[in-house]
Design a protein around this ligand. Structure first.
Ligand SMILES: [Zn+2]
Length: 239
């Protein structure tokens, strides 16, 4: 019940003069106002910093315990956040004789990703970043790799579904930052095509989609051209 003592709640004001006096009271006691919508809530932390030499306000119409209880109930029922952040990671083994698809673009190389679908490491981690931001199950749970339906599927199908879920939840993409990690081939000649396709799939302006590529300094499977990985972070904004 420690949370019940984390804030003090002043009475609801009824007119401008009582609002002004409430604000003045908060400033006089060097407190930090939290919410002025219906009540004034002030953080208890400044009181403790002043050695508890503080006169507790008289609470006339608001019951702090009830107010805190209400806030706890809201928190438990997943509050609608103005922003949501998500991170995605994916890695695939590279095998000779397979196509290398990155961001929906067929990249010429002597090997490609071993996967149930088309093995698009970038789109997979973008999907997971969006699903993660929405607090939904990951790509492997939504599109199981033992389901014949997804055998050889284009990963754009997964991304379109993630985007649909994002809009259904009332969010739009703020920005996206992705990093591809591979030793070969050099990605710079293909980066713009990948980014353009990603923008189209996401329905986003290129200015909010960033793509970086780096090697793994010839270390481990990534650096030995035996695997490819990608990280993505997305920021979703409430519409
Ligand atoms: Zn994958």
């Amino acid at each position: 019940m420690a949370a019940a003592f984390s804030a003090l709640v002043l009475p609801k004001w009824t007119d401008d003069s009582s609002l002004k006096s409430a604000i003045s009271w908060v400033h006089n006691h060097q407190l930090r106002p939290i919410n002025f919508s219906t009540h004034i809530c002030v953080s208890r932390a400044p009181i403790l910093r002043r050695g508890n030499q503080f006169k507790r306000p008289v609470c006339q119409s608001a019951n702090p315990a009830v107010e805190i209880k209400k806030q706890s109930a809201v928190a438990k029922s997943a509050p609608v956040l103005p922003f949501r952040v998500g991170h995605g990671f994916d890695l695939h083994r590279l095998e000779p004789g397979l196509p290398l698809i990155i961001g929906g673009i067929d990249i010429p190389h002597d090997r490609g990703c071993d996967a149930h679908s088309d093995g698009d490491v970038l789109l997979h981690c973008v999907v997971d970043a969006i699903l993660g931001a929405l607090g939904l199950p990951d790509i492997g749970q939504l599109f199981p790799d033992n389901d014949p339906k997804w055998r050889g599927a284009a990963s754009s199908v997964f991304l379109k579904e993630a985007v649909r879920l994002m809009h259904e939840a009332g969010y739009e993409l703020g920005n996206l930052d992705a990093t591809l990690i591979l030793q070969r081939p050099k990605l710079s000649p293909h980066k713009e095509a990948i980014r353009t396709n990603l923008c189209e799939l996401l329905g986003s302006d290129p200015s909010v989609i960033n793509l970086k590529a780096k090697t793994h300094e010839k270390v481990d499977s990534l650096g030995e051209n035996r695997s490819i990985a990608a990280h993505t972070i997305v920021l979703l904004m409430k519409k």
